[in-house]
Design a protein around this ligand. Sequence first.
Ligand SMILES: [Cu+2]
Length: 150
Amino acid sequence: MNFIVIKRNNVFKWVVVIFIITSAIIWYSFQAKALTVFQADKTNYREIHMVTGEFATKTAEGKEIEAYRWDPGTIVLRKDEKVHLKIFGVNGQEHPFYIEGTDIQGTVQKGKETTIPLQFNKTGTYRLICITHPDAEHNGPMIAYIVVID
Ligand SMILES: [Cu+2]
């Protein structure tokens, strides 16, 4: 018959071995968890929310002036980051838009949310322009700036 004999002077060695194994398991579990969170961030789209707004007032002469706006007017993305830009139409019936330097285009309608998938592989500033309200002469400028950084 074979017995596992733990000699008294070996007890300290066993404690050290068990301590190292336990530490390794805890460290590995923590690493695995951290990695999962990182991967989730990589595959999920980050959501950025925007609305269409309107500034309206009267001048001293009683003339009504107004400007439609994307709000917020500037958003920041990382290069290659996957983002869903969700724009909800509040003011104005309809805002047909395009993003300069891309083939992205669409329309935001009152009471509806438009989702625009974004992913830029080049840094720079891209303008989201409403075709109906591109400048002050057309109740704008309804332009938002998409800033893509490294
Ligand atoms: Cu507009």
